[in-house]
Ligand binder design. Structure first.
Ligand code: ATP
Length: 150
C-alpha cells in the first residue's frame, strides 16, 4: 500500500501522486518516509525531494519549507519547489549571474537587498546543481507528470 504525496509551493500544486518512499532534506538531516510512518512535522532545508513509486523516481528541488507526515500522506509546503525536469536552465543561469554580479559589487552585507540576493543565489545554484546531477541520467518516467520540454 503506497503513501500519498503532495508538494505545494506558493499555492501551486507541484506534485500529487502515490509513493513507495519519499526522501526529504529535513533541517535535522535526510528523512526517508515510508507508508504508515508515524506522524511528524519538520522544517525543510535547501535540497532535493525524491518521490519513488514502483520503478519510477520524480525529483524536485526545494528551497525550504515544511513537511507534515501522516501514516497515509506526506504533505510538503515549500517556499519554492520545482520538478527538476521542468527547471528553466537559462532562467536559473540568468538569476545566478544577476545575484553574483550584485553581490560582488559590494552592497551593505546586512541590507535587505543583500540578503534577498544571497537567497536568490542559493536558489539558482540549487536548481543548476540539480539539473546537472539528475537530468539526462536515469530518467524519471511517470506518464501523468511527463513534460515534453527538455
Ligand atoms: P528567479 O530569480 O529566477 O525569479 P526565484 O527563486 O526568485 O527565481 P520567483 O521569481 O519567486 O523565483 O519564482 C516564481 C515561480 O517560478 C516559483 O514558483 C518558482 O518555483 C519558479 N521558478 C523560479 N526559477 C525557476 C526556474 N529556473 N525554472 C523553473 N521554475 C522556476
Amino acid at each position: 500500500m503506497p503513501i500519498r504525496c503532495e508538494i505545494v509551493s506558493q499555492d501551486r500544486l507541484i506534485f500529487e501522486g502515490d509513493a513507495d518512499s519519499v526522501l526529504l532534506p529535513g533541517t535535522e538531516g535526510e528523512m526517508g518516509i515510508l507508508p504508515h510512518h508515524a506522524p511528524l512535522l519538520s522544517t525543510l532545508s535547501f535540497g532535493v525531494i525524491k518521490v519513488r513509486y514502483k520503478n519510477t523516481e520524480e525529483i524536485f528541488t526545494v528551497a525550504g519549507g515544511f513537511v507534515e507526515v501522516q501514516p497515509d500522506i506526506v504533505t510538503v509546503l515549500a517556499d519554492r519547489a520545482e520538478n527538476v525536469r521542468k527547471i528553466d536552465v537559462a532562467r536559473a543561469e540568468a538569476a545566478r549571474l544577476r545575484a553574483e554580479t550584485y553581490l560582488t559589487e559590494g552592497p551593505p552585507p546586512d541590507s535587505d537587498a543583500y540578503l534577498r540576493m544571497e537567497a536568490a543565489l542559493r536558489r539558482s545554484r540549487l536548481r543548476l546543481d540539480a539539473v546537472s546531477r539528475y537530468r539526462g541520467g536515469r530518467r524519471a518516467n511517470m506518464p501523468s507528470m511527463v513534460d515534453d520540454r527538455d
